[in-house]
Design a protein around this ligand. Structure first.
Ligand code: AMP
Ligand code: ZN
Length: 114
């Protein structure tokens, strides 16, 4: 997708603070962090929302969650705890329409979210 912000980040047409990348995934710091640690983990391939996932994406989604878990350990927030979050469409608070898993940690999270 040529006009997708996160596709541009994947292609490095827009700078980002990259934490890691693999053939299929990229993780970078959120530009407007909502917690001391706020990282976005995305598939390199464009997928617009969680609604667009199907069975063929099972492995990819598993990779996203496992990458988040590994990052949480590296950041030493695994034991105190952290939050993983996908926002979907307007009511879910999605602003960027390329799926991304939020990893938030370093403070106590509130529940329910706003
Ligand atoms: P969402 O509301 O779930 O779509 O989340 C989009 C997230 O992307 C927000 O937390 C933004 O702060 C973040 N964001 C927007 N633009 C950038 C950017 N250029 N680099 C890193 N994060 C960004
Ligand atoms: Zn995209």
């Amino acid at each position: 997708m040529t006009d997708c912000l996160f596709c541009k980040i994947v292609k490095k047409e827009i700078p980002s603070d990259i934490i890691f990348e693999t053939d299929t995934l990229m993780a970078f710091k959120d530009i407007n962090p909502q917690a001391p640690h706020h990282i976005l983990i995305i598939p390199k391939n464009h997928i617009t929302t969680v609604n667009d996932l199907d069975e063929r994406d099972s492995e990819l989604i598993g990779e996203l969650v496992l990458a988040a878990k590994d990052l949480a350990k590296e950041l030493e927030i695994a034991e105190p705890g952290y939050r993983l979050l996908f926002n979907c469409n307007a009511d879910g608070g999605q602003d960027v329409f390329h799926i991304h898993l939020h990893l938030l940690g370093g403070r106590k999270m509130t529940w329910p979210p706003g």
